[in-house]
Design a protein. Structure first.
Length: 133
């Protein structure tokens, strides 16, 4: 980090740049680079330049950003609840389908009964002719 600051043309040599080790975080080591620029209007640009150079150096050195692992307690209960919801939706869908079938059933039953009656009428033989006595 110091080499990066010393190598930037807009960072003043006096006072010299300094690096402070600020804290050890849960998954980070926090540093602060403090350097002085000659013109206040260049502060944002120089800060951005230094960030990019430092980031590229970390990437080149294969020093990546830490991966965050998130653990949420109680997800098993949510999973059970979601399964219950899916089951309830399936049951409602099945009940609606059964209702529609029952709703159509009287019409289908009537049509089947008509067909059965016609078939039985066609199959009943005529009574034999009576012979005069």
């Amino acid at each position: 980090m110091l080499a990066t600051a010393h190598g930037h043309k807009d960072v003043l040599r006096e006072p010299p740049p300094k690096v402070f080790f600020k804290k050890i975080g849960d998954i980070t080591l926090d540093f602060e680079l403090v350097c002085v620029v000659g013109e206040i209007d260049s502060t944002l640009r120089v800060t951005s330049d230094l960030h990019f150079i430092i980031h590229n150096g970390l990437v080149d050195g294969k020093i990546g950003t830490p991966e965050h692992e998130v653990s949420i307690k109680g997800l098993d209960r949510i999973e059970d609840t979601l399964e219950d919801i899916v089951d309830a939706i399936g049951n409602e869908r099945d009940a609606a389908a059964a209702h529609l079938l029952r709703k159509d059933a009287p019409q289908k039953d009537a049509a089947l009964n008509d067909q059965a009656r016609q078939a039985s009428v066609a199959k009943i033989p005529s009574p034999p002719a009576r012979k005069p006595v």
